[in-house]
Design a protein around this ligand. Sequence first.
Ligand SMILES: Cc1ncc(C[n+]2csc(CCOP(=O)(O)OP(=O)(O)O)c2C)c(N)n1
Length: 351
Amino acid sequence: MQRVVQVIKADGATDERLNLGLSAADILRLYRTMVLTRTLDTKMTSLQRQGRIGFYLSSFGEEACSVGSALAMSEQDWFFPAYREQGAALLRGVPLRSIIAHLLGSAEDEFKGRSLPGIFGNKSARFVIPSAPVASQIPHAVGVSLAAQILGHESIAIVYFGDGATSANDFHCGMNFAGVYHTPTILFCKNNQYAISTPTKRQTASDGIAVKARAYGFDGVMVDGNDVLAVYLATRRAVEKARSGGGPTLIESLTYRLSAHSTSDDPRRYRSDSEYREWIKRDPIAILKLHMDRIGIWNKEYEEETQADAERQVTKAIRLAESAPRPDPITLITDVYSEPTLALREQYESL
Ligand SMILES: Cc1ncc(C[n+]2csc(CCOP(=O)(O)OP(=O)(O)O)c2C)c(N)n1
């Protein structure tokens, strides 16, 4: 197996020579965003159980992957998420209110309630809405970064996907185009050990995912996906390479989905408690806290304030989103063609 990039040691210290270039304010931002992401996941899962939203996909245990990688990207860059990138969305400045409006399908939702909950984007943040077929966002990201390269734009793209996505044709198609055209793309695989009930060892016969990049003519790196500073460092290196004409990088971020696949799943049917207990020892928020404590920017009071603030933000956003009206049913037909066709008008009349 390849070397795994790690930054935070068991005692919370980091190697000075790594030259992370992060200020205390940056580290606090990572921490606050990870706590906000987990709070959003907790509240939304409970809203689904109460019947107030239909479905939810959480990112428990994977917060460091999306938050750490998003910090390495610049404003002009493009994000191609899958459906567990709420952390990257929040770090990118996508408002909580618009995420929750999407989950509720209210009139404030950019997609007017038509998209599967969790499959969302945000136009102004260049956070591109995916499609539900797993891996379909990968060729989109490679295409957009190729376009940016042809147009001479500074922007690059990052695309997120799971280990399960690497068995889909779109992964191989995207990887091949990225390699051949040397596109400025970061292919970020969150290897959370499962694709619903299929474990990674049944997903591929190769020694991990990162090694697959070699066959497409570019680098694949492995990173500890529960160490947010390692994720940041690996992504920043890939960003610097892409921006200076060095082409794509595949990042395999090793992590674990601490929650169910979605609110429709029960992981106790396919994985053991002991496995879960091993991984929860490496909770990404706890690992970052250890580092913050080590450098003197954490205490119990700050932790409680951060948690209370996250809960206030999420509760307020839920209240506002729930008081918004539902989308007007006419929007079912008005956004399909520039002029609704006769068949659509007839369907609307019968509705
Ligand atoms: C092409 C396709 N096949 C199957 C599905 C059903 N499906 C939805 S999510 C999922 C698992 C994907 O696993 P992975 O890519 O590892 O991501 P994770 O859910 O673990 O984050 C599957 C099989 C789908 N949406 N699209």
